[in-house]
Design a protein around this ligand. Sequence first.
Ligand code: EPZ
Length: 418
Amino acid sequence: MTGKLMIAGGRPLRGTITISGAKNSAVALIPAAILAESTVVLDNLPQISDVGILAEILGELGASVEREGDSMRIHPQSLKSIPMPNGNVKKLRASYYLMGALLGRFGEATIGLPGGCNFEPRPIDQHIKGFEALGAEVSNENGAIHIRAKALRGAKIYLDMVSVGATINIMLAASRAKGITLIENAAKEPEIIDVATLLNSMGAKIKGAGTETIRIEGVDAMQGCRHSIIPDRIQAGSYMIAAAATRGDVLVDNVIPKHLEALTAKLQEMGVHIYEMDESIRVVGQPEYESIDVKALVYPGFATDLQSPMTSLLTQVKGTSILTDYVYNNRFKHVPELVRMGARIKVEGRSAVIEGGLLQSAKVKATDLRAGASLFIAALTVPTGETEITGTEYIYRGYENLVPNLRNLGAEVWEEYE
Ligand code: EPZ
């Protein structure tokens, strides 16, 4: 049961936060393990609900899954491609990775259209285009995608737009295709490299992950291995933004600073003091910030997943800032909630125009994960009163141990149940 998140803001965050493994890697690596014929061990998994749901799904498909701390042992030996039109697959978006993984291993998959954070329609046409190019037949049967291939063969696939999900899904299926697959206009996010690293440790032959052309030479069989997941750059970025917004002083530990370069550059441009070390970043907030313009782009640009948290920070800046999202057309469901808290923000097409000013406490609702992050950051800045945030089930999908973590940093945060 999840309750309401209550925040009495106005306290600068101070201390150290240790970042967990990346959600958006974990949700691809767990399905990727299906491609192996022996045990895969994943370490540094985040303790978030999406990870638990994926473990349950693998169990429903016949795998045995053991969890101990932040590690998961997946024994896929007895797993089968059982149709999953409904149920758990509807609870998260990343269930679409079961399509590529089951197709690669068994030549067949039936998976219900994914759920997850539906802040706007999120099509999967590029995933399907990729499966078809590899020789699969794809049909939509009552809201479930049925994919079948007698034999998968390598192909050259040019993605119409840079898509993280399509790039990974095609890598999964192509790892077991006959011959060579080239993905052109591929996504370059660090999570793509993490998935390619796991697949290569399992015996795949993937080159170029992290560049716009990925070359995959299909292999006949893949085996188990042990893999440690990269740190969550979005979780890290959210705490960096929260530290700046509360004028705090926070050491964000267990990160790869290079993954956060676009955010670091923008924070510095505003006037936040940042100190980078090998595996940590210290963020020291300042009393006054300059207004800035931010463009959310595909990696290595400013991450769209940090766009909503950044909106909250920009309410704490004198003057007008403009934040434009070039990845999603309309990812602004957090804006009306921030306006309830007194923010002066207008959405114009793909942009949010933000006038700085003090926020006040209110009752607000998270409608998706990062909208939720923007609300807890905004609430932390409010000098008086208590902000009540509902819809916390979305927030806990991406922020492991949020309440204890914020408390350790000195925030006054608690949960209430009706
Ligand atoms: C991944 O979603 C992340 N999710 C998202 O994180 C993130 O916002 C997104 O990448 C962009 O960085 C996971 O990794 C599980 P895309 P994904 O395919 O792969 C359009 C979070 O908060 N598109 O890169 O689904 C699409 O509509 C979340 O952690 C098509 O039109 O995103 C979007 O505008 C939310 N057709 C753009 O491309 C397609 O077939 C990028 O989407 C695929 C995508």
